[in-house]
Design a protein around this ligand. Structure first.
Ligand code: GH3
Ligand code: MG
Ligand code: MG
Length: 540
C-alpha cells in the first residue's frame, strides 16, 4: 500500500481517537436523559448510537470497548422491540453503561493499531502466470496471447525450477498440462491448496477423457481446457479469473451512515486496487448507482431514514439493479436477521468489525462470481461483447447521464463489408474468426468507459460517452484502418483481409436512443452506398 493511503488511514485513526472520549460522554448524557424521561424514539436513537459505537470501535482497534458495547446493544435491541421498559431494565442498562465507560478508560491506553499496510499489499491483482508445459510451440503461443492481454508469464518444464519460483514469487494463476499431474508437481500444487494459498489452477490437456478430467479436479484445477481448442477460450477464462487491464477495475459503492467507517472501508478497498465511492445518506443510492455504476454494493444495515434491508428490497424489485451483488455490513450478529438479509437478496454478510483482508476477499469473490454469471447473461457468446439488449440498456443509461452532466456522447454502428462473401468463400468458421478479431480490436482500442456490443450478426455497436462527433470520427477511422490491416488465414493457408463501414450519430444532435440509433444507421447506409470501408456521420 502506498504511503499516501497509509497516511490517510493513520489520520482516520487519530481523528477517531480524538473524538471518542466526547462520544462516550455524550452517550452517558443521552442515557441519563432517557432514564429520566423514556420515549420509544429516544430509545431507538440511543440503540442506534450504541450500535454505531460497537461497529466503529472494533474497526479502530478498541476491541474491549467494542465487545462491551455489543453486550449493551443486544440488551437494548430487545427493549426497542418490546417498546416498553421496566425499572430493573433501566438499572441494568445504567450498569452496562458504567461498565462500558470504565472499559473505555482502561483499554484506550492499550489500543492496538491494526496493521493494515502489509495485509493489503498482497491483495492487488496478480498478473503473473506460471505455465507448466513441455510443448514449446504451444507454450510460446500461449505466452504471446497472454502477453497481448497484459499478463506476464513464465514457462516451466522442470519441477525444480518451478518449486523454487513458487517459493520466491506466487503467481495469480498456474496453467498446468495434465501430463504433469502424475508426478511431483502434483504434490507441490496440493501443498499450495492445503496452505490455503490463493492461487487458481487451470489444467490443459491433449486428452478430454474422464480419467484426465478427474485428475485435474483432484489436483484442484478450477477449469479444464483441451489444447486442440482455440487459445481464445483459455485466455478469456484467464482474464475472467485475473481481470486484465482491458476490463475495468472493480467498482464498489459503499452505503454507511458513519462517515468515518465509510472512508475507512473505501481506503482499504482502494488500496486493494478497487474504485470506490461512498455515500452516507441511503436516500442518495439511486443517483449514486446511476452515476457510479458499481459492480458491487456494500450496505450497512442500521441507518437512520432507511435500513440497508429496505434498500436491498427496493433494489431487488428494480430489474436494472437486480443483478448487482450486495454485501451487508453490520454489527448484527443475530443469525435470523442475517438470514433475512440474505433472503432479501443479499449475497453475503460481514459482521463488524471486519478485518481488512476479510473485507477485500468477500468483496472480490462476490463480485467475481456475479460478473461471471452476468457475463453469461449479458455478453454475446461468440465475441464476449455486450449483446443487443444490453447495448440498448447501456445507451439509455449513458444518454441520461450525458444529459444530466451536459456532456456529449456518440453512438457508432459498424457493419463488416461483404461479410457474406467472406463466409461463402472461406467458410463460416473463418467468418467467426473475423468477428472475434473485430471485437478484440474494439476492446483494445476503446477507453475503459466506452462500451462495445454485438448488435446483430456482423453488426457491432459502440457507445462513446463524453466524446464529440469529431473525436468519434477520428477514433473510428483509426480502428477501421487497424482492422483492415489484420491479415486472416484460411485453412489452406491463403491470406485475406476484411474492411468495415461505420455510421456515427452524436448527442446532443439527437437526444433520444431511438433517433440516435436511426441516425447512426442512416450514416452507415450512406457509408456503404459511397463505396464501403469508410465512416460517415449523420448530422440531421
Ligand atoms: P455489406 O457490405 O453490404 O454489409 O454486405 P454483407 O455481405 O456484409 O451483408 P449481408 O447483410 O448481406 O450479410 C451478412 C452476413 O453475415 C450474412 C450472414 O451469414 C453473416 N453472419 C451473420 N452472423 C454471423 C456469424 O455469427 N458468424 C458468421 N460466420 N457469419 C455471420
Ligand atoms: Mg449487415
Ligand atoms: Mg455487412
Amino acid at each position: 500500500m502506498d504511503t499516501k493511503t497509509q497516511g490517510k488511514l493513520d489520520a482516520l485513526y487519530v481523528e477517531y481517537a480524538r473524538k471518542l472520549p466526547d462520544r462516550i460522554k455524550q452517550l452517558n448524557e443521552q442515557w441519563c436523559h432517557i432514564a429520566g424521561q423514556w420515549t420509544q424514539e429516544a430509545m431507538q436513537d440511543f440503540h442506534r448510537a450504541i450500535h454505531g459505537l460497537c461497529g466503529s470501535s472494533g474497526t479502530y482497534g478498541y476491541h474491549e470497548l467494542s465487545v462491551s458495547a455489543r453486550v449493551l446493544e443486544v440488551y437494548l435491541k430487545k427493549i426497542v422491540e418490546d417498546k416498553k421498559i421496566t425499572d430493573e431494565e433501566i438499572l441494568k442498562i445504567t450498569e452496562l453503561m458504567d461498565e462500558m465507560t470504565k472499559i473505555f478508560f482502561i483499554s484506550s491506553q492499550s489500543r492496538s493499531h491494526p496493521v493494515v499496510a502489509n495485509q493489503i499489499k498482497s491483495m492487488k491483482q496478480n498478473k503473473l502466470i506460471y505455465i507448466f508445459q513441455k510443448d514449446k510451440k504451444y507454450s510460446s503461443e500461449l505466452k504471446k496471447n497472454l502477453g497481448s492481454m497484459g499478463y506476464d508469464s513464465i514457462v516451466f518444464e522442470d519441477v525444480l525450477f518451478f518449486s523454487e519460483a513458487i517459493k520466491k514469487t506466487l503467481p495469480g494463476l498456474i496453467i498446468v498440462d495434465s501430463d504433469y499431474l502424475d508426478k511431483n508437481e502434483m504434490t507441490i500444487l496440493q501443498q499450495l491448496h492445503q496452505q490455503d494459498i490463493p492461487v487458481t489452477l487451470f489444467c490443459i490437456s491433449s486428452h478430454g477423457d474422464l480419467q484426465t478430467r478427474l485428475k485435474a479436479i483432484r489436483a484442484g484445477s478450477a477449469a479444464f481446457f483441451l489444447k486442440s481448442n482455440e487459445l481464445y477460450y483459455l485466455t478469456k477464462a484467464v482474464d475472467q479469473v485475473c481481470a486484465s487491464s482491458v476490463s475495468e477495475a472493480l467498482r464498489v459503492l459503499i452505503v454507511d451512515d458513519s462517515h468515518s467507517l465509510a472512508e475507512y472501508y473505501s481506503l482499504i478497498l482502494q488500496a486493494a486496487g478497487m474504485e470506490v465511492c461512498y455515500i452516507t445518506n441511503p436516500l442518495d443510492v439511486l443517483e449514486a448507482l446511476n452515476d457510479f455504476r458499481p459492480g458491487l454494493l456494500l450496505l450497512d444495515i442500521y441507518m437512520p431514514d432507511c435500513s440497508g434491508l429496505e434498500l436491498a428490497a427496493v433494489l431487488r424489485q428494480e430489474s436494472s439493479y437486480a443483478g448487482i451483488p450486495i454485501v451487508f455490513l453490520s454489527t448484527e450478529d443475530d443469525r435470523f436477521k442475517q438470514l433475512a438479509a440474505l433472503n432479501l437478496g443479499g449475497d453475503d454478510f460481514l459482521t463488524k468489525p471486519v478485518l481488512p483482508q476479510h473485507l477485500v476477499a468477500a468483496v472480490r469473490s462476490r463480485a467475481k462470481r456475479a460478473s461471471v454469471l452476468s457475463s453469461y447473461m449479458t455478453k454475446d457468446s461468440l465475441t464476449g461483447l455486450l449483446n443487443h439488449t444490453n447495448v440498448l440498456q447501456h445507451l439509455e443509461i449513458e444518454l441520461s447521464r450525458a444529459s444530466r452532466f451536459d456532456s456529449t456522447l456518440c453512438f457508432m454502428m459498424i457493419d463488416i463489408d461483404h461479410f457474406k462473401l467472406v463466409n461463402d468463400t472461406y467458410g463460416h468458421v473463418t467468418g467467426d474468426h473475423v468477428l472475434r478479431k473485430l471485437s478484440e480490436v474494439l476492446l483494445t482500442s476503446l477507453r475503459k468507459t466506452d462500451l462495445a456490443g454485438r448488435y446483430g450478426g456482423e453488426e457491432f455497436a459502440v457507445i462513446l460517452p463524453n466524446t464529440t462527433a469529431e473525436a468519434a470520427v477520428e477514433l473510428c477511422a483509426r480502428i477501421r484502418v487497424q482492422f483492415s490491416q489484420c491479415v486472416f488465414k484460411t485453412e489452406d493457408g491463403q491470406d485475406f483481409s476484411v474492411s468495415f463501414s461505420a455510421g456515427i450519430a452524436a448527442y446532443p444532435d439527437f437526444s433520444d436512443t431511438k433517433n440516435l440509433i436511426k441516425s447512426a444507421d442512416r450514416a452507415l447506409y450512406q457509408a456503404k452506398h459511397e463505396g464501403r470501408n469508410r465512416e460517415k456521420i449523420f448530422r440531421g
